[in-house]
Design a protein around this ligand. Structure first.
Ligand SMILES: Cc1cc2nc3c(=O)[nH]c(=O)nc-3n(C[C@H](O)[C@H](O)[C@H](O)COP(=O)(O)OP(=O)(O)OC[C@H]3O[C@@H](n4cnc5c(N)ncnc54)[C@H](O)[C@@H]3O)c2cc1C
Length: 412
């Protein structure tokens, strides 16, 4: 039986391992820490085909640069990060135009749409208990100006991406979501979106993988590969070599640390985001919400309630920044009648693996033909995970890919 080692036990590595094990491969997953404990642990839990547009849209470079001089904006870029990573930020600047935005949008959409269907199948087939709900996602606008301006985006998503939303004016929105304060300008409901509880998903995926015979090794840090003639024979780890026939590198924001081993520059920057998890308030929102002007998300789970989001380019800074956490609570207070509940069960941050064009890298490493990179899923790693896992499996098994992999190539 052909053996595959997946490096990285986040949602991407877990889904790659799932489809590979289903295809009859002997799979080992390695993680430097605990399985599912990094960025896939306490994100907002949206599986959201509505999010087709990348961060790099016309005008985004200017608004990003402005954050260099703002004290605590939802999107924040530290000046030294720009100076140290000029190539990444130039790449981002080059992509902030309509043509590249549309091309990225279609490639993002292929993964999102396929993943949404595959999540339904995975959850049903494997009886995964992760508080899966298919109510949609409600975008909420506080100011009339922003609400009216969003009409252009709505029209673009409708006409170019076949992604319609239901529009609610102020009174209709108040009736739809009574947890909101009165006086919101309006909202858009994307009915095809869904949500789940990410930590439950990861522990359920662990259960399913173990039942399929996948070996999961925690506290096992990959350091590089044993290679000869352009082929890898083992992953070198702090616990010795782990041999295999094929390898998947699904190490999220850490992937560029392997650049020299992979023989390329994987264009990923950590994009730090935060979340706060607490019990459900008495007047809990019925819908998952995004507060568009403040870029804050609210996820009501059956077993809890989460505020999340914000984006900070601060390199591999692993400190908990309390000012970033208060952006979440401050925004929630503006929109919700009962924004918080006691006690706060978890304060969390994670590094999103951000590429400058919004697309993941799903491609073979130049340094070894049997090593496949699957990383850089930006703000949508959960939403793209199942399709990525299936695509990686198809590429490694030599099957016809269900999605065209060309847009995710290293050279694009
Ligand atoms: C606040 C916030 C909210 C978000 N909300 C959403 C959302 O609602 N929907 C959505 O789709 N996405 C969301 N995201 C993005 C999503 O969480 C990420 O895109 C996704 O988790 C990335 O998954 P991953 O498996 O690539 O990375 P990770 O989950 O970070 O996993 C990578 C793993 O690799 C391991 N690793 C790294 N280096 C090594 C090594 N050398 N050896 C062994 N193991 C290694 C790490 O320990 C880690 O476990 C959000 C992110 C944040 C921060």
């Amino acid at each position: 039986m052909s053996r595959v080692v997946v490096v990285g036990g986040g949602v991407i590595g877990a889904c790659c391992a799932y489809y590979l094990a289903k295809a009859g491969r002997a799979v080992t997953v390695l993680d430097r820490g605990k399985f599912g404990a990094a960025c896939s642990h306490a994100n907002c839990g949206y599986v959201c085909p509505s999010h087709v547009l990348p961060l790099a849209v016309p005008g985004a470079m200017w608004s990003t640069l402005k954050t260099l001089f703002q004290r605590n904006s939802p999107l924040k870029v530290r000046p030294w990060v720009v100076l140290k990573n000029l190539g990444w930020f130039f790449g981002f600047a080059r992509k902030c135009n309509k043509r590249d935005m549309m091309a990225a949008g279609h490639a993002i959409q292929a993964l999102l749409n396929s993943s949404r269907t595959l999540f339904d199948d995975l959850i049903r087939t494997e009886h995964i208990e992760c508080e899966w709900q298919t109510k949609g996602l409600l975008f909420v606008f506080m100011s009339k100006n922003h609400f009216e301006h969003y009409t252009h985006t709505d029209e673009l998503l409708r006409s170019e991406f076949a992604m319609p939303a239901k529009r609610f004016d102020s009174a209709e929105l108040a009736a739809l979501e009574p947890a909101l304060k009165p006086g919101m300008a309006g909202g858009y409901l994307y009915e095809s979106d869904a949500h789940l509880r990410p930590d439950r998903l990861m522990s359920e995926l662990q259960r399913v993988l173990l039942a399929l015979g996948v070996e999961i090794r925690e506290n096992c840090e990959a350091k590089g590969f044993a290679k000869a003639n352009g082929t890898a024979s083992a992953v070198r780890t702090n616990a010795g070599d782990v041999p295999a026939d094929q390898f998947v590198v699904a190490t999220g924001a850490w992937t560029p640390l392997f650049n020299s081993e992979l023989g390329c520059r994987v264009p990923i920057q950590p994009g730090k985001g935060y979340s706060l998890t607490m019990p459900r308030p008495a007047l809990c929102p019925a819908y998952p919400l995004i507060f568009e002007e403040h870029r804050v998300a609210v996820t009501p789970f059956a077993s809890g309630y989460r505020l999340g989001s914000t984006m900070e380019f601060a390199g591999y800074d692993d400190r908990m920044n309390r000012a970033r956490l208060s952006l979440l609570t401050d925004a929630a207070k503006l929109y919700l009648k009962e924004p918080l509940a006691e006690p706060v069960e978890e304060e969390w941050w994670g590094w999103r693996p951000m590429t400058y064009d919004g697309l993941p890298v799903i491609d073979r490493a130049p340094a070894a033909t049997n090593v496949l990179i699957a990383a850089g899923h930006n703000m949508l790693g959960l939403s793209m995970a199942t399709a990525t896992g299936k695509l990686v499996c198809e590429l490694l098994c030599g099957e016809k890919p269900h999605i065209d992999p060309v847009p995710y190539a290293l050279r694009r």
